[in-house]
Ligand binder design. Structure first.
Ligand code: SF4
Length: 345
């Protein structure tokens, strides 16, 4: 059922300007915005995907990936169709970009929470496509879920300050894709200016929300040493050296099927650059069994969270989110939702 959207301005001649993402689409009566899920009906802007879940599955939180929030917990993961980017390498293109009609199961916010309870999920994840474009659905679900369940976003970060304010009160954690530099965003994602993504990350980081960053490394596109250094330095200076960063392996898909998967050496080089430049928590993504899937204490180097794939095998963490070996306080949150059996005590 379409609902009036949260953030827009009425303009002349029944046009509206959407304020949810930095595109700030000017939409004439009867038309939709760039994301194709917001429509101007008689001078009001409506979300066409409210309560229409195109996906609702139970995932380990590690799959998002979120490694520093409630390790070992499970999240009911929902999405609608639509996206505000046009990434050539999208892994979920059938529901983000390459779809014809609004579709999905009727799953209003209260039903999402019921489903989370039915499957004994500790939290709810807004993911797979870009949750910013289904902001009102996510916001209302978060309000109903909190404080009994946590709420996490997996996002491209292309959102306005107004959207950050709208979701922040009930958002516990977010993973944002930092995909590359200006040229990369322009050529491969249809983003004319990446600055708003950086601004949104800084705005989120200033609030009480755990932020993790993912960088999908694509051979020949965003894998040069200089670029990786630049990205790492930006994260360190603007978000802090204890921000968890995931360098993920690219798999050929959508409009980038001609590329090869990322060589392991490239990922390991990126991990080494990030560690050498001072980041504490750097992970290897999409390489099951890699040593860098686990979390180590930045002070004593002992294993804190042992992972294998998306599964947590061991937690060497004391209550208060401290290293179980040396007691250092770590940037890991969501203590209330960590399954008790995993705690050292
Ligand atoms: S959310 Fe959609 S309609 Fe709104 S500005 Fe972004 S792309 Fe345009």
């Amino acid at each position: 059922m379409p609902v009036e959207t949260a953030i827009y301005t009425k303009m002349e001649n029944e046009a509206v300007r959407c304020g949810v993402c930095p595109r700030r689409c000017m939409i004439e009566e009867g038309n939709r915005g760039f994301c194709n899920v917001r429509e101007n009906k008689e001078g009001k802007l409506f979300s066409l995907v409210y309560g229409k879940a195109v996906s609702s599955t139970v995932d380990p939180i590690e799959k998002k990936p979120l490694f520093h929030f409630a390790p070992g917990s499970r999240a009911l993961s929902i999405a609608t169709v639509g996206c505000n980017l046009r990434c050539d390498f999208c892994q979920n293109f059938r529901i983000s970009q390459d779809w014809k009609e609004i579709r999905g199961e009727e799953l209003p916010p209260e039903k999402v929470v019921e489903e989370a309870e039915r499957y004994s999920c500790e939290g709810i994840a807004y993911t797979y496509t870009e949750p910013t474009v289904f902001l009102e659905y996510a916001r209302d679900t978060m309000r109903k879920a909190s404080p009994f369940h946590y709420n996490v976003f997996v996002s491209n970060g292309y959102m306005t300050e107004e959207s950050v304010k709208e979701i922040a009160p009930h958002l516990d954690a977010i993973n944002v894709d930092l995909k590359g530099g200006e040229k990369f965003y322009e050529e491969h994602c249809a983003v004319p200016d990446m600055e708003p993504i950086k601004e949104a990350m800084k705005a989120i980081n200033e609030r009480d929300i755990l932020l993790e960053v993912t960088n999908l490394i694509i051979p020949g596109e965003n894998d040069s040493e200089e670029e990786i250094k630049e990205r790492v330095d930006w994260i360190k200076e603007n978000l802090g050296r204890d921000t968890p960063v995931h360098f993920s392996r690219f798999r050929p898909d959508f409009r980038m099927r001609d590329k090869k998967p990322t060589p392991l050496e490239t990922l390991e080089k990126a991990i080494n650059i990030a560690k050498n430049r001072g980041l504490y928590h750097v992970y290897c993504g999409n390489v099951p069994g890699h040593r860098s899937e686990s979390t180590y204490c930045p002070r004593c180097s002992e294993l804190v969270v042992k992972r294998e794939g998306f599964s947590v095998k061991k937690l060497n963490l004391r209550k208060g989110m401290r290293c179980g070996s040396c007691g250092k306080e770590l940037n890991i949150r969501g203590e209330d939702w960590i399954p008790d059996k995993l705690f050292k005590g």
